[in-house]
Design a protein. Structure first.
Length: 101
């Protein structure tokens, strides 16, 4: 994984203990945004950002669930759900449902 803010690095470490990442790919769409990461499984993408939440006492994040067109440069077909001020527990549940794992 490319260099990211500690909030993202630590989140990914925690998520790996709760979710099977075998079929999930890290995508580099937001290299310049150190507080964001993309995770993809086939045509399902989740964008996760901790940008506005890094100073909070408890973890929160922003996310977008998207369906993408893999044959057309992973262009977004549809944004399914947007979450703000989401806890880690909520994020894990959303990811499991979105990735069907």
């Amino acid at each position: 994984m490319i260099e990211k803010d500690d909030s993202i690095v630590k989140l990914i470490e925690r998520l790996k203990s709760k979710i099977d990442f075998t079929a999930i790919e890290f995508v580099p769409y937001w290299d310049a945004d150190l507080c964001a990461i993309g995770l993809k499984q086939r045509n399902h993408l989740i964008y996760i950002s901790t940008y506005d939440y890094t100073e909070l006492p408890e973890f929160q994040c922003y996310f977008e669930l998207e369906l993408i067109d893999e044959k057309n440069g992973d262009e977004t077909i549809e944004t399914i759900l947007v979450g703000r001020e989401v806890s880690e527990t909520e994020l894990v549940a959303v990811m499991k449902e979105h990735f069907n794992i």
